[in-house]
Design a protein around this ligand. Structure first.
Ligand SMILES: Nc1ncnc2c1ncn2[C@@H]1O[C@H](COP(=O)(O)OP(=O)(O)OP(=O)(O)O)[C@@H](O)[C@H]1O
Ligand SMILES: [Mg+2]
Length: 147
């Protein structure tokens, strides 16, 4: 399927950019006239994915995070969040609820939240090379809404 529209942003893994990414994704999604619930779900999922890059991918340094937003004709929004950080040795294990390498301050629920708030979650990772998280969410068509 060909994307109707797309946008890519790259930003440093500073914690201030978590809200930048979440708001940017919401602004891009606005052209689909999403419900408040849909926007909030998307923002939550982006927030979890970007926080993971900030805290896990680049634990003691700053690195680049790339977010690609794509919109398809069937009203699906695809969000891809990519880092070039430490990577995940066992993705299947990392996706399990309550699995964390983050110690006491983390609950290990990030991937579980992304999975439940979005229609699809794909995680590809190579240790020492980085991680790419792809999420999709179908936005409902509303009367009078965009296209
Ligand atoms: N981008 C990433 N780079 C490297 N490791 C990651 C990345 N994202 C997730 N992980 C690994 O997967 C584990 C599970 O991630 P998840 O978001 O589910 O939980 P968490 O971040 O540990 O806790 P929480 O999200 O609840 O604060 C992390 O503890 C970390 O080991
Ligand atoms: Mg997390």
């Amino acid at each position: 399927m060909k994307a109707m529209n797309e946008a890519t942003v790259a930003f440093l893994s500073r914690s201030a950019n978590e809200s930048f990414a979440r708001t940017t994704a919401a602004c891009f999604a606005a052209q689909l006239d999403p419900t408040l619930e849909e926007v909030n779900d998307i923002k939550t999922a982006v927030s979890e994915a970007v926080t993971n890059c900030i805290v896990h991918a680049y634990p003691d340094s700053l690195g680049l995070i790339q977010m690609r937003l794509r919109l398809f004709e069937d009203h699906t929004l695809e969000i891809q969040i990519k880092d070039k950080g430490v990577g995940i040795p066992d993705v299947e294990q990392a996706r399990k609820p309550m699995y964390t390498t983050g110690g006491e301050e983390r609950s290990g629920m990030g991937f579980t939240i992304m999975e439940s708030f979005m229609d699809l979650l794909k995680v590809r990772s190579t240790p020492e090379k980085g991680t790419t998280v792809t999420m999709r969410r179908r936005i409902s068509r509303r009367m009078g809404g965009a296209g």
